[in-house]
Design a protein around this ligand. Structure first.
Ligand SMILES: [Zn+2]
Length: 103
């Protein structure tokens, strides 16, 4: 697939500098975008990934390579195992100095 359905496109704002496709307006309390498709609510990045690449293999989570939780650009998404996802988030924190415990 190279294009998303128009009803999904209407939610996406493309950020040229970052290449991110920001889904709006619906995000949950954790910052993830939510998509409502045919009456069912999905995490938007999972819905876009599945449309673009096909079904997400069982047990895998979708990692944001750009670390932007509400980004749905398929080229910024990768299906990984949960332990890999956690490992990567630790690497990201080390690189940026980000820690949820320091304010
Ligand atoms: Zn992105």
């Amino acid at each position: 697939m190279t294009e998303l359905p128009p009803d999904m496109e209407s939610h996406i704002e493309r950020i040229p500098e970052a290449g991110c496709w920001i889904w709006s307006p619906a995000t949950d309390s954790a910052g993830y975008a939510k998509a409502r498709i045919q009456g069912v609510t999905y995490l938007a990045h999972r819905a876009v990934y599945a449309l673009w690449y096909g079904p997400i293999p069982p047990g895998l989570v979708i990692d944001h390579l750009c670390q932007v939780k509400c980004c749905v650009n398929p080229s910024h998404l990768e299906a990984v195992t949960q332990p890999e996802n956690v490992r990567r988030s630790h690497i990201f924190r080390r690189k940026t100095g980000y820690s949820p415990h320091i304010r």
